[in-house]
Design a binder for this molecule. Structure first.
Ligand code: WT7
Length: 646
């Protein structure tokens, strides 16, 4: 297989070398605690930790604690220390949805606004440990709100602006948030979404009485109802607020944020990250993986509503004093040349985006990309889903003109930061491979019984020991946390992913091995979509599987049994799809919807998803052993329905 070495020019300036990587990795594994003690020196502590690592994966004695007697404030690490050194350096370059809009915010300005929002929140009674839901578009106020929470010790919970009212409500209820911070509207690709209206509707749900105030950022000026006692304009709130906002001293293990993500069963779970370990991990992985220099302009295209936005739009870059780009819009607006134009406009040096966006741009042809010169770029990154070699090659040759290495970064909401990637200038790149573990990360491949496979092998991916950025619990459900991640392979963290290790020892992520879908790099649980489906009055039963999708990587295929008496029709299918999008959000669009008579079930009643997956991929041969099905003849009906669908 062809692999890609780094150019001599890149290598000459790189922060590390193959040999240094090998030595540091070795050291980080052999003396893990000492390694992280050294890394923790990169942050400013109020009280330096003396205890570094306290990890025990034994379920009877379970503990994940890092730096447990340390005290710090995360916003001080992201702001105050850079204000002291370099106050006028741009912290955030904001690029609006419309190309005529941009704003540059220095570290000093960001610090001032964060402090004002922090003191205003304190005056509204927000205290350490209180939860704040942030439902904002990609505007600087989103970063300000996160950092203001961190400054006063409130726990933030971001909800992606593309989620529906119901998803927002369930996250507000689960987290019992005291405050919601939103905007009048969001704007993406010229299209407005009524965020404040969604919040109003969400707060009609039972269980949201916990919310005392709704803070509204003025983004578009669309007239919206403001309820007198509950709603406050963001600008009124901070205009009168004090800039004196003493940082709350936080224990390293105090929660920093919750972030809801889909699992294979049940409702989305609130992943909890804590302060000291998460910051250490965000700071050091950002610096290592992106080969960071002082004058870098770093652009991660992820929305702050996802973990990638938390760690690599906001916390990683700002903790390092790097300039971070925040883009409100979409790659196709006003046309497909936008990404390249933004790179040129702000002299972006590192671009970090998702395979979905790369495939979409690739499909539109090279001419759009060639409208920009992109000479400022020196490094590219990919995240969120496996990148197919074709997209990798296009990204490398067309976007990066063969000059920029690509870091294909594998990680998860649960891991807080990147766990595997080819650190620049440490290894020749293989398109589609996440290559090597980062420092201190100990991956292994196991078979279904949990036996570790050595050498070249394929199986399930586990991580044998902890790292500081690891999630600590599921909000309000520690039992589910232990069951989901630590009971499948006792003594190890189970990732839910499959992986292959090749003859050179390099890792290839093969995708989820559980019932979690990855649609355009967004995680969706099959159970979650199925329960949205059966809440439709015409639906009796439903099964969801993933299917190959040219642009999204994975699409959603639904098999639905209607209630008796319901007439199948295209109109009903459209209505069911709209219902699901309304319950979860537009990302849960059903790419295929099959109205079937029955589902293939074993005699014990378990749905054989393997068959549904094959059919959704239009593989009608080799369906494997169907003899254990309670009624093998249902497969014929399924084949007919799938074939009849255009
Ligand atoms: C799942 C995690 C990583 C933060 C954004 C998504 C898949 C992620 C890669 C990659 C192959 C990848 C995995 C993982 N995934 N990055 N570089 N190559 N697969 O976070 O929503 O928690 O999803 O995304 O399947 O388990 P997430």
């Amino acid at each position: 297989m062809k692999s890609y070495p780094h150019s001599a020019e890149f290598a000459a300036k790189a922060n590390t070398t193959p040999q240094k990587y090998a030595e540091t990795y070795q050291e980080s594994v052999e003396n893990n605690e000492a390694f992280w003690a050294k890394r923790a020196e990169w942050i400013d502590w109020i009280k330096k930790p003396t205890k570094i690592k306290n990890v025990n994966y034994d379920l009877n004695n379970f503990s994940i604690k890092w730096f447990e007697d340390g005290e710090l404030n995360l916003s001080v690490n992201c702001l105050d220390r850079h204000v002291a050194e370099n106050p006028y350096k741009p912290a955030i370059i904001w690029e609006g949805d419309h190309p005529s809009l941009h704003k540059i915010i220095s570290y000093k300005e960001l610090h001032s606004e964060v402090c004002r929002l922090g003191s205003a929140l304190r005056r509204k009674g927000v205290k350490k440990g209180d939860r704040v839901t942030i439902y904002l578009p990609m505007i600087p106020e989103a970063a300000v709100a996160m950092l203001a929470c961190a400054r006063i010790g409130a726990v933030h919970s971001l909800v992606f602006g593309g989620f529906s009212t119901d998803s927002l409500a369930s996250r507000i209820i689960d987290s019992q948030s005291k405050i919601v911070i939103t905007a009048d509207e969001s704007v993406r690709g010229g299209k407005h979404t009524p965020l404040k209206q969604n919040v109003d509707r969400a707060l009609d749900h039972d269980g949201t009485e916990c919310v005392e105030k709704v803070i509204v950022v003025y983004r578009t000026g669309e007239s919206i109802p403001m309820s007198g006692r509950r709603d406050i304009w963001y600008h009124n709130l901070i205009d009168n607020a004090s800039e004196d906002c003493p940082p709350e001293p936080m224990n390293a293990e105090d929660p920093l944020f919750l972030l809801y993500t889909s699992g294979s069963t049940g409702k989305p779970k609130g992943v909890v990250h804590t302060t000291g370990g998460y910051l250490t991990y965000a700071l050091s992985t950002f610096r290592d993986v992106f080969d960071i220099k002082d004058n870098d302009v770093f652009w991660c295209t992820a929305d702050v509503g996802w973990v990638t936005g938390h760690t690599y739009v906001v916390y990683g870059p700002l903790a390092n004093g790097t300039t971070t780009v925040m883009f409100e819009g979409v790659p196709q607006y006003p046309d497909w040349a936008r990404i390249g134009h933004i790179v040129d406009k702000h002299d972006v040096t590192i671009l970090y985006t998702a395979p979905t966006a790369i495939r979409a741009m690739m499909k539109e042809g090279d001419d759009y990309v060639r409208k920009s010169n992109r000479s400022s770029l020196r490094l590219l990154g990919s995240v969120g889903e496996p990148i197919n070699p074709e997209a990798w090659n296009w990204y490398y040759n067309v976007v990066g003109e063969g000059r920029c290495p690509i870091v294909d970064t594998w990680w998860q909401t649960e891991t807080g930061g990147i766990l595997m990637t080819p650190i620049p200038n440490t290894v020749d790149l293989k398109p589609g491979s996440a290559m090597n573990p980062l420092y201190g990360v100990m991956p292994a491949i196991v078979d279904a019984e949990g036996a570790e496979l050595t050498g070249a092998a394929e199986g399930n991916l586990i991580i044998k020991d902890s790292w500081p950025g690891q999630m600590r619990t599921i909000w309000g459900d520690h039992k589910r946390f232990l069951e989901t991640y630590f009971s499948t392979y006792p003594g190890a963290y189970f990732t839910g992913d499959g992986a292959l290790r090749d003859e050179d020892g390099h890792y290839w992520i093969t995708g989820r091995v559980d019932d979690v879908l990855n649609v355009s790099g967004h995680r969706l649980g099959t159970a979650e979509i199925e329960s949205a489906l059966v809440s439709h009055p015409s639906v009796a039963e439903a099964a969801i599987v993933g299917m190959p999708h040219e642009l999204k990587g994975q699409g959603v295929a639904a098999y639905v049994i209607l209630k008796s008496g319901e007439e199948p029709s295209e109109m009903l299918k459209g209505e069911i799809n709209r219902h699901v999008r309304g319950e979860i959000g537009p990302i849960a669009n059903l790419d295929s919807l099959y109205l079937v008579e029955a589902l293939p079930k074993t005699r014990s009643g378990k749905i054989m998803r393997r068959i549904l997956r094959k059919l959704a991929a239009h593989e009608f041969e080799g369906l494997g052993d169907t003899s254990t099905l309670a009624e093998p003849e249902v497969v014929d009906n399924l084949i007919n329905v799938v074939k009849a669908d255009k």
